[in-house]
Design a protein around this ligand. Structure first.
Ligand code: HEM
Ligand code: HEM
Length: 140
């Protein structure tokens, strides 16, 4: 489960970066929002939701959650444990929520510009949050 989460993260990051870059290009060059962009946005949403599921699955079997339940004080005072037990999971849930909100909002919009803008803002912010709270030293 942990390994799966670790590899799936590459896919999530790759498609998310791709979506954000395309949204910014689409916005600045006033491109038309076609079904290709729609599919990319949806694909990113789905990979993120799957990562959420895998992340939650691993979280509740992980030693980090156990440590938090039995020894919360120590987890909070130790930066790496706090990152894995609290900061990363919480921040990723917020990020995935932003992606989901961005997805819902873009569906209700009609103009290409508005759709690209919504993707750029919501998916972009999610990307920043994800990059900020990935346990980099554990990865690769
Ligand atoms: C903990 C697990 C999950 C939660 C809490 C969750 C939550 C949500 C929410 C709130 C929406 C609503 C978005 C809207 O308003 O349109 C949504 C949409 C969606 N989710 Fe998830 N999801 C989860 C897992 C998954 C998984 C595992 C998949 C795929 C295998 C998935 C695929 C989708 C798709 C395709 C949509 C709708 C896209 C559309 O609007 O057409 N989700 N999810
Ligand atoms: C966009 C969503 C997410 C991304 C890109 C992501 C990415 C990552 C990465 C790269 C790692 C390091 C992997 C390694 O140690 O090799 C990691 C670890 C971890 N993630 Fe996530 N994650 C996401 C969402 C979540 C969620 C929603 C949860 C739980 C609610 C979660 C729980 C964890 C835990 C507990 C670890 C620590 C693994 C360990 O060392 O035991 N992640 N995540």
């Amino acid at each position: 489960m942990k390994t799966l989460h670790s590899y799936w993260a590459y896919i999530v990051l790759a498609v998310l970066i791709f979506t954000v870059v395309k949204a910014i290009i689409g916005l600045t060059q006033k491109k038309e929002f076609t079904h290709k962009e729609f599919r990319l946005g949806l694909f990113t949403l789905i990979t993120a939701h799957i990562q959420l599921l895998i992340g939650l699955g691993w979280y509740f079997m992980s030693p980090w959650y156990k440590a938090l339940k039995t020894n919360g004080g120590e987890v909070m005072s130790e930066p790496m444990a706090r990152l894995l037990a609290i900061e990363h999971p919480l921040m990723m849930i917020i990020a995935i929520t932003l992606i989901t909100i961005g997805w819902s909002k873009h569906k209700k919009q009609v103009k290409s510009e508005a759709k690209f803008k919504t993707f750029a803002i919501f998916y972009g912010l999610a990307l920043v949050l994800i990059l900020a709270r990935i346990p980099w030293s554990n990865w690769f």
